[in-house]
Design a protein around this ligand. Sequence first.
Ligand code: MRU
Length: 358
Amino acid sequence: MKIEGKEYRTIWFDEKNKIVKIIDQTKLPHKFIIKDLKKVNDAVNAIKTMEVRGAPLIGATAAYGIVLSILENNDQSFLKKSSEELINSRPTAINLKWAVDRMMKKLSGINSNEILNMALNEAKEICEEDVKFCESIGINGLKIIEEIYNKKKNTVNILTHCNAGWLATINWGTATSPIYHAHKKGIKVHVWVDETRPRNQGANLTSYELNEEGVSNTIIADNTGGILMQRGEVDMCIVGTDRTLSTGDVANKIGTYLKALAAHDNNVPFYVALPSSTIDWETKDFKDIPIEERNSDELSYVEGVDENNNVQKVLIYPKKSKSMNLAFDITPAKYVTGLITEKGVCEASTEGLKALFK
Ligand code: MRU
């Protein structure tokens, strides 16, 4: 998708310098900075500090982390250690483990002369596949938006939470892909963007990328969705996910659950968009999903630009107050209208998922 009219992906390999390039998302929306990842530890840190974030993108970064590990030290025990560090860099999104396991399976038994090429091809394949899957999610989700538009004959208002946009994937996004497809088809859409405290991925990333693509959007405080739904100003919600269980229970950015409850109370359809790499087929009970707890400074400090366009960070809480920063919550399947996947739309249930993914 575009930034200042130029097409970008969120991650790519620089063949000449044998390094990985990312868009540093901690600097957006105020500064657009492309960062180099040269060593596997750079990839681990980029994931931990959220220079890259969003489930599919951290999976792709981990895959390239494996490539960087081989470039740095083509040795089996170093590779194993790297793979473990990459998997443990963030706990909730299943895409991390999925991508590293896929890479390690591909590389198992491959000799040291061929391993680099093999790893690079597989990391690129993971990215290409994600682009294709996100595009298909868009085509499948477009039908739902079109249906609402055909009934309403007016702008479709869609609420989204956090950033499940192209910046969270390689291209297109998951939750935003149906929106981009509708916009490109000339269907009038308007997006209510939850600010998504504390890291403001909605305001800083979703609104930013929608602006760059010319999609009408309005940032709202995270508490605003409920009244908008009661007033009939939300036609549907689409969110992303970091891990969806085979039961249809959905882990996503903190606050998603409360939006799903409000949507349920107001008969607003609540969809979750995801590629199959985000499905956890093993965990059966949502209580077993590890929920990331991040540093509480992310809550107590806010960052922005001053009148001279300099980035400033300020404390907004009383110095003596404690705060707590859980990064994800779980939306039980019963509150999810449907899962929009690359294979089609299904019920959020074992039967629904199994019918699509044999
Ligand atoms: O903490 P983040 O910014 O990595 O959280 C991202 C989300 O919660 C997204 O909704 C999810 O990863 C899906 S991205 C297509």
